[in-house]
Design a binder for this molecule. Structure first.
Ligand code: HEM
Length: 432
């Protein structure tokens, strides 16, 4: 279907209904297909999705694409691993892989649990909290400790706004249509973040040696302070904003699905490792992938099922649409964690919340282990009562965020009641 007044109206209606560009993307996908161009003045990127396109973009034809772009993400991250290509990228990536290797993850378990407890210890019994905010505190403290051995507890209040501003700076906005639009109000906040990171680097250089964390790997490789800052900022943002969104979306989903929520609490109480928790995390990542789109520049002409994209064009591969493709997923828009209960039933490259190929997410194993630990701990210690579950919508920021937040009443669970509930659950599972 070519762009028509009907399609224009359908796109507009979807925008008003969903209050985000996700609705229009879904309408374009339904009415045009797995290849289309966003029809905005001055911004006409191509969008592709589905397992075949994902394989081309992530694996077989990835060398025809560049990650480095001319946008605020590149302005901010400069030479960060996320926005470089070729040998430069591979060099940084190799340096940063060891501390994030699955074999290294058990070393973070205790810290992740302690950090979760430290944040939740501040919650007043019965308080109303936004789990998007609480998740961000937990995820930020965890990433700074894991990668740079920094306890940022006392720094969080003054870093909070600057970090949110840095995230806002790289989120979609009017700059998409007008690249050089003046953007006042960011400079001083971005400087606070930079000064903080440069301070951590200087401190470590003074100490000569440190724990073999990610920062130490970068220093030992002889990189300049500027390039180390670029990697640190990249990892800090990519490594916490995503986990924040994932945790918050899990709470949003549990709020919307009370029966699954209740089963999950029982299972977390009675089993050491909850299969349902894994399924809930996977299904949340399918419906609300924190990184919902991969952003590329076409360096050499590509062809998607007969549709060419010339060199020099912008291209997005949509993780969101791939993971909701009705040709691949049954009841694609419904939250059904059990679809992950018996292994994969969909084709390879149809489930790509961490991307794929050689540039798949460097923190995929870390992010999943972190989510499991944080959620297990919080569900064990608190009862979460949803307050706005039906009014949450997906907002396209730097990640896909639940807005206007995930509001919940948080009640500390009574230890005695918890263990008797757990015993009852264990007995019933033995009897069944
Ligand atoms: C739930 C958590 C996370 C999700 C859903 C996620 C998702 C993704 C996705 C989809 C990509 C590929 C994007 C593309 O193809 O354009 C990616 C890349 C990346 N992620 Fe994650 N991520 C998560 C956690 C993390 C963590 C914890 C870290 C760091 C500790 C991290 C650091 C990175 C980096 C540096 C890249 C770029 C890798 C490269 O280009 O070589 N992410 N992530």
């Amino acid at each position: 279907m070519k762009a028509s007044p009907e399609l224009g109206l359908a796109v507009l209606r979807a925008f008003l209904r969903e209050r985000s560009p996700l609705g229009p993307l879904q309408v374009m996908a339904e009415q045009v297909g797995r290849f289309f161009q966003i029809p905005l003045p001055g911004f006409r990127p191509y969008v592709v999705f589905g397992p075949e396109a994902a394989r081309q973009v992530l694996v077989t034809e990835r060398n025809k694409l560049l990650w480095r772009n001319h946008d605020p993400v590149t302005d901010l991250l400069r030479h960060g691993v996320l926005v470089t290509d070729g040998e430069e990228h591979d060099h940084y990536r190799r340096l940063m892989e060891p501390p994030l290797h699955p074999a290294a993850l058990s070393g973070y378990t205790q810290m992740i649990l302690t950090t979760t407890d430290r944040v939740s210890a501040e919650w007043k019994d019965g308080a109303t909290l936004d789990m998007l905010v609480e998740a961000r505190k937990i995820a930020l403290l965890i990433i700074l400790e894991a990668l740079f051995s920094v306890d940022a507890w006392d720094d969080l209040p003054r870093l909070w706004t600057p970090i949110l501003k840095a995230i806002e700076y790289i989120s979609p906005g009017a700059w998409i249509l007008w690249r050089r639009i003046p953007r006042p109000g960011y400079k001083k906040h971005l400087k606070v973040v930079d000064d903080y990171l440069y301070g951590i680097i200087a401190e470590r250089r003074k100490r000569k040696a440190g724990r073999p964390d990610l920062l130490q790997h970068l220093i030992d490789a002889g990189l300049s302070d500027e390039v180390i800052r670029d990697q640190m900022l990249t990892m800090m943002i990519a490594g916490h904003d995503t986990s924040t969104a994932l945790l918050a979306w899990v709470f949003a989903m549990l709020g919307r699905h009370p029966a699954i929520h209740a089963r999950l609490v029982d299972e977390v109480d009675s089993l050491e490792k909850s299969p349902l928790l894994d399924q809930v995390i996977k299904e949340t990542l399918r419906l609300y992938p924190p990184i919902h789109i991969g952003n590329r520049v076409v360096a050499e002409e590509m062809n998607f099922d007969g549709n060419p994209i010339p060199a020099g064009e912008r291209m997005f591969y949509s993780i969101y649409l791939t993971q909701r493709d009705p040709a691949v997923w049954e009841h694609a828009d419904e939250f059904r964690p059990e679809r992950f209960a018996h292994g994969r039933k969909t084709p390879p490259m149809s489930y790509i919340p961490f991307g794929g190929g050689p540039r798949a997410c460097i923190g995929a194993a870390f992010g999943q282990a972190e989510a499991r630990l944080v959620l297990t701990r919080l569900l064990r210690d608190f009862r979460f009562e949803p307050l706005n579950a039906d009014r949450i919508h997906a907002y396209m920021g730097a990640t896909l965020e639940p807005r206007p937040g995930v509001w919940m009443r948080v009640v500390r669970r009574d230890v005695a009641a918890r263990s008797s509930e757990a015993n009852a659950a264990a007995t019933s599972s033995l009897n069944s």
